[in-house]
Design a protein around this ligand. Structure first.
Ligand SMILES: CC(C)(COP(=O)(O)OP(=O)(O)OC[C@H]1O[C@@H](n2cnc3c(N)ncnc32)[C@H](O)[C@@H]1OP(=O)(O)O)[C@@H](O)C(=O)NCCC(=O)NCCS
Length: 229
């Protein structure tokens, strides 16, 4: 399918292509959750054989978009397995997948000093006030209290991106109080700062975060590069 066809048929891809400036070695694919189960590799189908239909559609759409993103990097489409930590097992690249009940997105990357990437979609408004104390540090709650109304959803999404980018490399669980997010609203950018005790997770500090709002969702992703000295 040409990029023009993709733009016409898929508003989510149009948004991603227009909102996020092209980045060397990084490709993003986004689209509606649909029944892509017939396009799964047998190894992938086995991973969701006993799952509910909605979950199989989300999983298959994520893999379908991941292969589009791989192809955009010039890679041949290939099966994407699953690690013991339930992260996608990428062939010859790094990547990340996210889905809600209606929308899915995948990012792939390779070369250019890139160590990891994380992507996340969240439905706006799903974070209630009662969740704030668990998800945000006191400093974040002070800082963003009078800020843009969607700050809770963006910070949550940004922290999940950081987890998805770094967990496959460092292998430890990262709590929401171990990360603080710095938002540049004008440029639609964010940075993740690791403030916990497991030093390797500070890899996320070397990340470029990007976000946008589309169809009652926030979509965000973080590209983590090798530290330069
Ligand atoms: C793993 C987690 C981030 C997934 O996020 P989610 O909002 O529940 O769901 P999403 O749809 O956005 O993402 C699901 C995808 O994440 C990916 N994923 C799952 N575990 C992962 C891991 N350990 N590392 C990287 N990616 C992972 C998978 O691709 C999964 O989709 P798939 O099973 O269809 O392949 C979340 O469930 C979690 O455990 N969070 C706790 C840790 C955290 O976020 N800390 C924040 C502070 S850093």
């Amino acid at each position: 399918m040409s990029s023009v066809d993709r733009l016409e048929q898929n508003p989510a891809q149009t948004f991603v292509d227009e909102h996020f400036a092209p980045m060397s070695g990084v490709a993003i694919a986004a689209g509606p959750v649909a029944d892509h189960t017939a396009e799964l590799d047998p190894e992938e189908s086995a991973l969701v054989a006993n799952s509910a239909e909605q979950r199989r559609h989300q999983f298959a759409t994520g893999r379908y978009l991941a292969r589009q993103a791989m192809q955009a990097l010039g890679m041949a489409p290939a099966a994407i397995g699953r690690s013991d930590a339930r992260a996608p097992a990428w062939p010859d690249c790094v990547g990340s997948i996210s889905h809600t009940s209606t929308l899915a997105a995948a990012v792939t990357a390779r070369g250019h000093g890139i160590r990891g990437v994380g992507i996340d979609l969240e439905c706006l408004g799903r974070i209630t006030q009662a969740m704030h104390a668990r998800l945000y540090t006191d400093a974040e709650r002070d800082r963003y209290a009078e800020d843009e109304p969607h700050w809770p959803c963006l910070l949550f999404s940004a922290k999940e991106c950081a987890y998805k980018a770094v967990n496959p490399i460092c292998g430890t669980y990262i709590g929401f109080q171990e990360v603080e997010i710095d938002v540049d609203w004008k440029r639609h950018r964010f940075a993740a700062r690791y403030i916990g005790a497991h030093a390797p997770n500070a890899l996320m500090n070397h990340g470029d975060g990007h976000f946008g709002f589309f169809a009652d969702h926030v979509i965000s992703f973080l590209v983590v590069r090798r530290p330069t000295r």
